[in-house]
Design a protein around this ligand. Structure first.
Ligand code: NAP
Length: 305
């Protein structure tokens, strides 16, 4: 049977595009499939300050630079929303909303999507004041008051970005210490436009004329409730992996992250994963790109056997 490709890369974020660059150098017949703009989570990051060689760069700009590099190399990039991956005999079948493709090996680089809090009115007011992307929606709240929920690097760094645009930013965090690194913490703690509510949980988003106009928070030490007026709320409480399409292969942990070995191989032969979709310690652009390269090299080695 003639297969469409040797390798299919699912996802064109930092990991997927890096895998593509490495596959191309070995003349592999492959395609990169993506259901969104190339760049993945980098597109939702205002500033990247820790990617070697790039100094301080806007997320979308870095994403575009990597994508441009893939296009300069002549890498094939296709739109497609992959909903099923199957193994049949010695090949895989990849089904997208536009086509069905076959290949010898697959590299999963689908990344993660933002988590929801699961509180009252969150879904109803999504896009009506509630957002998961400061870079995309922050400019709508120029000189307005907004809240940011979360205590990790994303919450603090995107909070700092919002403080450049908005009148006031209140960071709401459920504990009394941040998870983010010290540099981000120091910047936030010393910022004149940022207020911090520790030990606080959002219990409800409140609306006026079908738009967000405040959040109700509860102090989890005293149970005291407070209403914070705000027109925007940015939720940064972490991400969950996008691995529905590989569930039948039983390669994920209980949270859905794909388990790989040190060379990005899953326990299923010819199935690899890299970047934020995998179970690991460090979720960074620099680790995603390195893992993309390793997944590509493992696939090249295996298919040439
Ligand atoms: P994260 O590090 O997992 O932090 C999530 C934050 O949300 C934590 O503070 C957590 O609180 C809070 N949270 C989780 N579930 C919650 C809930 N149901 N209600 C209220 N709060 C909740 O996620 P992230 O900040 O998106 O970062 C993800 C990964 O990317 C991390 O490894 C991070 O280091 C990395 N990252 C790095 C950079 C950078 O290096 N410049 C930038 C962005 C992200 P607790 O602390 O109490 O658990």
């Amino acid at each position: 049977m003639k297969l469409n490709f040797d390798v299919i890369i699912i996802g064109a974020g930092a990991a997927g595009m890096s895998a593509a660059i490495y596959l191309k150098r070995f003349n592999v017949n492959f395609v990169m499939i993506e259901n969104n703009a190339p760049g993945g989570q980098i597109n939702r990051t205002a500033k990247v300050e820790n990617y070697p060689g790039a100094d301080i760069i806007g997320g979308p700009e870095l994403a575009m630079k990597i994508f441009q590099q893939t296009q300069n190399l002549g890498i094939e990039y296709r739109y497609g929303d992959v909903y099923e991956v199957k193994k049949e005999d010695d090949h895989f079948i990849v089904k997208t909303d536009v086509e069905e493709l076959t290949c010898k090996a697959i590299i999963i680089a689908t990344g993660r999507r933002s988590k929801y809090l699961g509180v009252e009115n969150e879904t109803k007011l999504a896009g009506k004041g509630i957002s998961w992307c400061a870079l995309c929606d922050g400019p709508f709240f120029k000189e307005r008051e907004v809240v940011v929920i979360g205590g990790g690097n994303s919450a603090l760094e995107e909070g700092l970005y919002l403080a450049e645009i908005c009148k006031k930013v209140t960071i709401i965090h459920r504990r009394d210490t941040f998870r983010a690194d010290k540099v981000a913490q120091d910047k936030v703690l010393n910022h004149p436009k940022i207020e911090i509510m520790f030990n606080s949980e959002v219990i409800r988003f409140n609306e006026k004329n079908e738009r967000l106009n405040s959040v109700t928070i509860k102090d989890n030490k005293t149970d005291e409730e407070t209403i914070i007026p705000c027109e925007g709320a940015f939720i940064y409480i972490g991400f969950g992996p996008m691995t529905d399409m590989v569930k039948p292969f039983n390669v994920t942990d209980e949270q859905g992250y794909i388990i790989v070995d040190e060379n990005q191989r899953t326990k299923v032969p010819y199935l690899y994963a890299c970047g934020d979709v995998t179970k690991k310690e460090l979720y960074q652009i620099v680790t995603a790109t390195a893992e993309g390269a390793k997944a590509a090299m493992a696939a090249i080695k295996d298919i040439s056997k």
